[in-house]
Design a protein. Structure first.
Length: 366
């Protein structure tokens, strides 16, 4: 989710683009930031439709130190704590639910986050995709207009969603090569936000100011994969049989589970809402653990929730941690990163925060 600047309103006539996606007439969700903030200040997101318990594990801030970054072309500072030994072993420096600043220095906030095939961490900001190593040295990897969500490819590249320049609905989807070269592969999606790679290497791309999730092939073919209100974060279950989708600008602020077909496309008729966070919570990015629990960043509520992906119906969520404006989530997946921690960007804060969760992430399609 990107907080829209005033300069993006009003939207003018939609410019024609040769590869624009035809849009059916559909209701459009309009949310005023002020109203969302007021709802958040009124108590944030509840864990269920009935205002259930927030769980027992709070997010205590850690005093883990941050080493100053000195690398050329870097921004800000960061730090890392390693236990050594087995790279797949869970670190023990933080208790489950505790947080530590991994990197500090993105002055205008950050949005997308992903580990690449090279085991390094990648983060999107206003105009850049940054690459961070395990010592939190950051350098610019790629540049494009307003990159948001991203997902890794097996060749070392990424698929990146971009909402484009301000003032016009000119979102696009880019393929970024392992050397950082960015090529637009699709345009005409107003506000492409989150990206998840499908089994065949195509990308699911959500538009949280629309009612659709799109399938975008790497050669630029765009089709509608799912109709759902205000879709944002998406992730597959560990066995690849289900897809989870968070809806940001809705009254319930829900997480919905879908069965998928043999191609990995969600089956609309199978939709089951398994979590309601409530007005103002604005669920954003999500990540799934190897034991099929879904972690949801509730952006304006300042919380990360966990819910059992195998639930048979609506359930209470468990509060994992609290921090300012969590945006996107990624499990550690490279040397020098904790595989049992989630790394979170912050939309309106300047850091990347590590949250210990005590379990590894589910496998990803690449």
């Amino acid at each position: 989710m990107r907080i829209l600047r005033a300069s993006r309103f009003p939207r003018g006539p939609r410019p024609w683009h040769a590869c624009a996606v035809p849009r059916p007439i559909a209701p459009r969700v309009v949310v005023l930031l002020g109203a969302a903030l007021l709802a958040c200040q009124g108590g944030g997101g509840s864990s269920s439709e009935g205002g259930g318990s927030e769980g027992s594990s709070g997010g205590a801030a850690s005093s883990s130190g941050a080493a100053t970054s000195t690398g050329g072309g870097s921004e800000g500072s960061g730090g890392v704590t390693s236990t050594g030994g087995d790279a797949q072993a869970c670190w023990t420096d933080l208790a489950v639910g505790e947080t530590a600043v991994f990197y500090k220095g993105f002055a205008d906030g950050s949005e997308g986050i992903s580990f690449g095939a090279d085991g390094l961490l990648y983060v999107t900001t206003d105009t850049n995709v940054w690459r961070l190593d395990a010592t939190a040295q950051a350098s610019v990897f790629a540049t494009m207009p307003s990159p948001l969500g991203m997902a890794p490819l097996a060749d070392g590249g990424f698929v990146v969603a971009s909402i484009g320049e301000n003032k016009v609905p000119d979102g696009a989807v880019y393929r970024v090569a392992s050397d950082g070269g960015a090529t637009m592969i699709a345009a005409g999606i107003d506000d492409p936000n989150f990206v998840a790679i499908m089994p065949d290497g195509s990308a699911l791309v959500s538009d949280d100011f629309d009612t659709r999730v799109f399938r975008v092939t790497l050669d630029g073919q765009v089709t509608t994969a799912l109709n759902v209100e205000s879709p944002n974060g998406m992730a597959y279950s560990p066995d690849g049989k289900r897809l989870y989708v968070a809806s940001t600008f809705t009254q319930e602020a829900q997480l919905t589970r879908y069965d998928v077909d043999a191609a990995g496309l969600p089956i609309e008729a199978s939709a089951l809402e398994i979590l309601h966070l409530g007005p103002g919570a604005t669920p954003d990015g999500i990540a799934v653990s190897e034991d099929d629990h879904v972690y949801v960043a509730a952006n304006l509520a300042g919380k990360i929730w966990r819910v059992d992906g195998a639930a048979t119906g609506l359930q209470d969520g468990e509060l994992v941690a609290e921090m300012p404006y969590p945006a996107s989530l990624a499990f550690g997946r490279g040397p020098g990163f904790d595989p049992c921690s989630i790394y979170a960007t912050q939309l309106l804060a300047d850091g990347v925060v590590r949250v210990s969760v005590g379990v590894r992430g589910a496998p990803l399609y690449m």
